[in-house]
Ligand binder design. Structure first.
Ligand code: GLV
Length: 348
């Protein structure tokens, strides 16, 4: 497939007086606030207005031609891209996402290229959405809505579309970082018991939330809702697979707003089909934009297209945060959200 790349240039002012302004390439449309921020800092900003991911060869070419790249989670910033970037002394890869599994950070570090993410600004919005999914699947909201629209509501029935209570249940949070904690904070009004598993953070972190630190197996065995909030790393790939699903209650639900490959989608489909667990709500998938075809056939799942952080305010903040990181690097200051800080130390 041939994909046309339509680029729009926003001229900055840093290049006046005969000097070239540093050039930033934004690999795909981002909220205007981010582009404005870069332009106001004086940089020339080229935006791929096509709003489809660049082909890998094009990304390599951009890495070789610009001073900074603002990337999205749909870009695969691999060693080849980074080698091209290093050969041209690219100053930063500023990823517009908190997750950065799309960037080969080890290669970037080897090559001395700073990589940044956008932590903090999407925490609350993502936690809101994890709860939205949890409520949706437990109370069958999308199914009920489809039922209504399909003209199937011919009169109230006491057994119609029965779901499960959320209040009073046990919520298991796998990964108790910023987003996991924000999910826990929201649980107070639902009077749920909170368990959490975190391979790094210990029992003290959960105390302010009344949350109990447990091993993953215990969390899976005891929770009615399991919400996943770990980053995707080699260690967390397929953290939830057949063996883990089998530990869960047949009445339990799995919610994933982290990264698709944290859950073994094939194993999940099998577990849902076999009634090993009751349902799932997924915002992320192993091979986005595709979902395992088995998921589409099931009614006990809620599927959304990776929108957990998709509020207007948050997407603006993600774009301006990435812009601020790029601006800092281009001005020779340490970017606020470096994920490979060792690179900066070396540079100083
Ligand atoms: C979204 O998935 C993000 O990592 O910010």
């Amino acid at each position: 497939m041939v994909r046309a790349v339509s680029v729009h240039t926003y001229h900055g002012t840093a290049g006046k007086e005969g000097l070239m302004a540093p050039r930033v390439y934004v690999t795909r449309v981002i909220p205007r606030a981010g582009v404005d921020r870069l332009q106001q800092a004086g940089f020339d900003v080229d935006v791929n207005e096509g709003d489809v991911p660049l082909r890998q060869d094009d990304l390599v070419e951009k890495a070789r031609s610009y001073d900074a790249l603002v990337t999205l989670l749909t870009d695969r910033v691999d060693r080849r891209v980074l080698e091209a970037a290093a050969s041209a002394d690219l100053k930063i890869v500023a990823n517009v996402a908190v997750g950065y599994d799309n960037v080969d950070v080890a290669a970037a570090t080897d090559l001395g290229i700073p990589v940044t993410n956008t932590p903090g600004v999407l925490t609350e919005t993502t936690a809101d959405f994890a709860w939205a999914l949890l409520m949706s699947v437990a109370r069958r909201v999308p199914e009920a809505e489809q039922f209504f629209r399909a003209g199937k509501y011919h009169g109230w029935g006491i057994l119609m579309l029965l779901g499960e209570d959320v209040h009073g249940k046990t919520l298991g949070i796998a990964g108790f970082g910023r987003i996991g904690q924000a999910v826990a904070r929201r649980a107070a009004g639902f009077d749920v018991k909170i368990l959490y598993y975190d391979p790094v953070l210990g029992p003290d972190v959960g105390k302010p939330f009344g949350a109990q630190h447990v091993e993953l197996d215990t969390l899976l065995r005891e929770s009615d809702f399991v919400s996943v909030h770990v980053p995707l790393t080699p260690e967390t790939r397929h953290l939830i697979s057949t063996q883990q699903l089998q530990l869960m209650k047949p009445t339990a639900y799995l919610i994933n707003t982290s990264r698709g490959p944290v859950v073994d989608e094939g194993a999940l489909v099998e577990a849902l089909r076999a009634g090993i667990i009751k349902g799932a709500a997924l915002d992320v998938f192993e091979n986005e934009p595709l979902a395992h075809p088995g998921l589409l056939e099931l009614t006990n799942v809620v599927l959304t297209p990776h929108i957990a952080s998709a509020s207007r305010e948050t997407r603006d903040r993600m774009a301006t945060t990435a812009a601020d990181n790029a601006i800092a690097a281009l001005q020779g200051r340490r970017p606020p959200n470096l994920v490979n800080p060792e690179v900066w130390t070396e540079r100083k």
